[in-house]
Design a protein around this ligand. Structure first.
Ligand code: G4P
Length: 529
């Protein structure tokens, strides 16, 4: 056991979470630039633009100037191998966004210093909470006037229920922004606007009483001293254990666009964030150090090229070693699958991967055989837990314009549901399809793809549902009773599980009171049916 230990321990797999416009793309770019993975700033944005141009059904992305798809990027930094998973930053949420977070070992949260915690960050953080994902926080845009740093920390603690422990502290902001004091290294980093790419040399100032501080910062030296004194009394000291449990977040300040505080952040990330850890399966916990290969699919992406119907399944490796040409059992089908061809997504190119280790994400081309939540394992069959489907919050009924296209519609919806693009419900008593989504943009994407990939011309009709829950009961007679009484609100989901759809949380609450034996679930595991 453990021949892959060296490789595993140097891997860091993390996702970036933020509200749109907080600076996620800019920061990603600067991280890649620092690591030498891209040659010039602007490549990530340029790549996004190029992707728009290449993909047809992604017209929506282009139109709205947002990124719908999730990218995976791998790069090296010092002795570490980093896998960075981008979560789409648009306002409209999709389940994809949530599921990406099931494949990471830690997350980097970017907050705009002028805005504090924004709604999307709250939602994403709620997902991180489900798995106690450790979070590192970067407060961005200190070159602009923003909120008082202590207020931002208070906001994070209140809204996100995580204790903040600042490891750097800003000296002024906006026009008065002088830099940060790194509490961790007891080092002063001076801000020089517009610097691109070079690391900011730190000046060692272990004693804050050092008169050099006054020379360098003028009147702001005393402000810094007062702030640090306050922090020492008020802020909790960094405890790695608490961070790893997701109870505490180390906080850094900087300005991504000015490449300030970025290297410090990257250094903290590789030093503090955990390497791939054990993962729960339905039968036992799997250690990354086990020799046998295992992994799970957290995302399916249809090929950008509409001429080819193939799809890429994104698989997170959980144990063992992946080698090109190896065989593993596809747990859901029970069949052996040969991985003749897997892709690894480097920052600036896609490479055919020869070997990969736990923490790495590989892309496997397939024609629809792989679904979200599918597990691959070399030894015993395993089913990884915690790849959730979330109860949709928005609903629409699909009305087919040309009834002869029913078969195409069925096929399209089945495949889009398997990809996790949208959830599909078939009411018990009506012969139609109801679509459910976590973010309304999912509806536009579904319609666009139904049309371009399956030749289906359909429209949406509003429907009065606003709430859905998966329902189950150990007592089959009770379940049958419930179904009889609530038949008009019952539907099958695409995997054959029973769902209860209703108009409001109030109605749901009322129904739950009436039927205490029935379990109403807000999430369900993919492929558990
Ligand atoms: P996102 O991916 O989180 O949506 O954010 P993105 O990086 O695209 O940044 C959003 C806006 O914030 C961009 O401005 C970007 O230049 C700006 N920004 C990022 N980091 C900083 C920072 O440290 N300080 C300041 N002052 N601004 C920052 P934009 O005008 O929307 O786009 P662009 O024209 O600059 O590309």
């Amino acid at each position: 056991m453990g021949s892959n230990k060296k490789e595993i321990d140097k891997r860091r797999t993390f996702g970036i979470i933020s509200h749109p416009d907080a600076g996620k793309t800019t920061l990603t770019e600067k991280l890649l630039y620092f690591a030498g993975a891209i040659q010039q700033a602007g490549e990530v944005k340029a790549r996004k633009a190029e992707r728009y141009a290449k993909s047809d059904w992604m017209a929506i992305e282009k139109e709205r100037g947002i990124s719908v798809t999730t990218s995976v990027m791998k790069f090296n930094y010092s002795d570490y191998e980093i896998n960075l998973l981008d979560t789409p930053g648009h306002q409209d949420f999709s389940e994809d966004t949530y599921r990406v977070l099931t494949a990471v070992d830690s997350a980097l949260m970017v907050i705009d210093s002028a805005k504090g915690v924004e709604p999307q960050t709250e939602k994403l953080m709620a997902v991180c909470r489900m798995r106690n994902t450790p979070i590192i926080t970067f407060i961005n845009k200190l070159d602009r006037e923003g909120l008082v740093p202590l207020d931002i920390l208070g906001d994070i603690e209140n809204k996100l229920q995580v204790e903040c422990t600042p490891l750097s502290w800003p000296i002024g902001m906006g026009k008065r922004f002088k830099g940060v004091y790194n509490l961790y290294k007891q080092e002063l980093c001076l801000f020089q606007p517009g610097r691109n790419g070079n690391s900011q040399a730190g000046i060692l100032v272990s004693d804050l009483a050092d008169p050099r501080l006054d020379e360098l910062l003028g009147s702001q030296a005393d402000e810094l001293r007062a702030d640090i004194e306050l922090l020492r009394a008020a802020a909790a000291p960094f405890e790695r254990e608490q961070f790893l449990k997701g109870n505490q977040t180390p906080v850094f300040f900087g300005s991504a666009i000015n490449t300030f505080g970025v290297q410090e952040l990257l250094d903290a990330l590789v030093e503090m964030a955990p390497p791939p850890g054990p993962r729960a399966t339905a039968t036992r916990e799997v250690s990354p150090y086990e020799e046998a290969f295992s992994g799970f699919t957290f995302k399916i992406q249809a090929n950008m090229n509409p001429a080819h119907r193939d799809r890429i399944a994104f698989v997170r490796i959980c144990s063992g070693k992946f080698t090109r040409g190896m065989k593993a059992v596809h747990h859901r089908t029970g069949k052996d699958m040969t991985f003749a061809n897997a892709t690894i997504f480097m920052a600036n190119e896609r490479e055919n991967v020869a070997e990969a280790y736990p923490g790495d994400i590989i892309g496997i081309h397939n024609h629809g055989t792989i679904k979200i939540g599918d597990t691959f394992s070399e030894k015993e069959p395993l089913k990884f837990c915690g790849i959730p489907s979330f109860a949709p919050e928005f609903f629409k009924k699909v009305i087919l314009k040309n009834p002869l296209k029913m078969k195409h519609l069925q096929k399209g919806l089945t495949q889009l549901a398997e990809e996790g693009v949208v959830q599909v419900f078939k009411p018990f008593h009506i012969n139609s399809y109801i679509l459910g989504a976590v973010g309304i943009l999912q509806f536009d994407i579904t319609m666009e793809r139904l049309k371009s990939e399956y030749g289906v011309d359909a429209v949406y009709q509003s429907i009065e549902y606003n709430v859905a829950r998966w329902v189950e009961c150990a007592d089959t007679k009770k379940m049958a009773d419930f179904e009889r009484k609530n038949g008009n609100n019952m539907a099958w989901d695409s995997e054959g599980s029973r769902a209860f759809l209703t108009t409001s949380e109030w109605q749901l609450g009322y129904c739950m009171e009436q039927w205490p034996e029935i379990v109403f679930r807000k999430t369900r595991e993919f492929n558990e049916a």
